[in-house]
Ligand binder design. Structure first.
Ligand code: GLV
Ligand code: MN
Ligand code: MN
Length: 425
């Protein structure tokens, strides 16, 4: 039987969509969605999320990295938590659904259970992860890594564009970096982690399906690359006597594009590209850029990284340019637990949804939590061709309602799904 509590789907869906738009008002830049770690907009969103969690009958705590954690107590003592959630930071000029849907949707579902006086044997925790995108301090998944106990303390020294270190920004916001280790979830305290997220791609849209079950999340390697050549006069230095750092970057970029093309699931991106102190009439003496490489298969990604390093050395030697390549982040691909995928399948069948399986090329908090607990993800169809990390990102209220119904059925059948997984092992 599908959940009866989620019958007023339209109301729940409307609440979810209204709240997503309300939360979008907490932005650093008027007219666009930008909310990076520990800014005033970030603080405002955290306060609003905490208030909605309390209204939904949850107790709320913050941890040392600023995660907002709402807990809906269970009826049986000592049960491990069913954890869900996603991130409340955004990229610059991004969309309003990426991350936020996975926080706001479960809050509305818990609110419905709370109104009906329904509790589960196990506690539910919704985590609004404070940082996933890695925008301000070039270190992603700070919130989920803290809970997984894999927070890299070296990133506290990373600085933002104003030269403020993450450590200083945390202290200014009243978070104590010395207490980050205490944010880690105790061993075996999480029975499972599930994340609802917009697909950020066109697969579901093109197939006319509202929801998809994620099979695995791609691994990623990220780097910052500094190239140093020789600045000079743009009008006087002959082309064959130049040490142009930006041209070296351009040659590498084209190599990356060619190396990643036509290999299933391998993608390479240079998302940031600066010529410090550049001017129209100056040969670029320096160039700094970011590299982001991903693949569902870790061996394919690592082979590409290796080839890119070799090509970088060749280009630099040929052009008389020096390079410094710094790895800023690396994560292996993560498989979604088959028994939790079965849980989504059961919940989708109850709601007449086709259980479309698909991999995730985007990174998610779930992959950090996967190191300490079984995890699974539910994708929700995007509109506008599936665009994301873009203000044109969108989804429908109807799909929010279907996703909420499926989420509620997943939770309501969670113990049964877990029991049948244990029995078949
Ligand atoms: C997160 O949005 C990512 O970079 O995949
Ligand atoms: Mn994102
Ligand atoms: Mn996201």
């Amino acid at each position: 039987m599908p959940s009866t509590l989620n019958a007023p789907t339209t109301t729940t869906a409307q609440e979810i969509m209204e709240r997503l738009h309300l939360l979008a008002q907490h932005t650093e830049q008027e007219g666009m969605m930008t909310r990076t770690y520990l800014t005033a907009a970030h603080r405002g969103a955290a306060g609003q999320i905490a208030a909605w969690m309390r209204d939904a009958g949850m107790t709320v705590r913050r941890d040392a990295v600023g995660n907002v954690i709402g807990r809906y107590e269970g009826t049986e003592e000592g049960r491990a938590v069913l954890m869900t959630g996603s991130h409340f930071d955004t990229v610059r000029n991004g969309g309003i659904y990426d991350g936020l849907l996975g926080i706001i949707l479960p809050i509305s579902c818990v609110a419905a259970w709370h109104r009906a006086g329904k509790r589960f044997p196990f506690p539910i925790e919704i985590v609004a992860f404070s940082e996933e995108e890695g925008v301000r301090f070039k270190a992603p998944m700070l919130g989920s890594r803290a809970i997984a106990g894999t927070f890299q303390h070296a990133v506290l020294n990373n600085t933002d564009e104003q030269g403020i270190s993450m450590r200083d920004a945390m202290q200014a916001a009243d978070f104590d970096p010395a207490k980050i280790s205490a944010a880690a979830a105790p061993k075996d305290s999480i029975a499972a982690f599930i994340e609802v997220h917009i697909e950020q791609g066109p697969v579901l849209l093109n197939e006319g399906l509202p929801l998809g079950i994620v099979t695995a999340i791609s691994g990623a390697s990220r780097f910052m690359l500094e190239l140093e050549g020789l600045a000079g006069h743009a009008g006087t230095v002959p082309m064959n006597m130049r040490h142009d750092a930006a041209m070296a970057a351009a040659e590498l970029a084209l190599f990356i594009e060619q190396r990643c093309s036509n290999i299933d699931g391998l993608v390479g991106t240079i998302g940031q590209w600066q010529v410090p102190n550049g001017a129209t009439n100056v040969i670029p003496g320096r160039c700094t850029l970011s590299l982001d490489l991903r693949a569902g298969d870790d061996a394919i990604r690592l082979a590409a990284v290796n080839d890119i390093e070799t090509e970088l050395a060749r280009i630099c030697s040929k052009r008389g340019v020096r390079s410094k390549l710094t790895k800023t982040y690396e994560t292996t691909s993560a498989t979604c637990a088959p028994w939790l995928q079965d849980g989504w399948r059961t919940a989708m069948a109850l709601n007449n949804c086709t259980p479309r399986l698909l991999p995730s090329g985007a990174g998610h908090d779930a992959m950090a939590i996967a190191t300490i607990a079984p995890m699974a993800m539910l994708f929700v169809r995007c509109g506008n061709g599936g665009i994301s990390h873009n203000p044109a990102e969108t989804m429908t209220s109807e799909d929010a309602g279907i996703a909420a119904d499926v989420f509620m059925d997943f939770v309501e059948h969670f113990d049964a799904v877990a029991a049948s997984a244990t029995a078949s092992n």
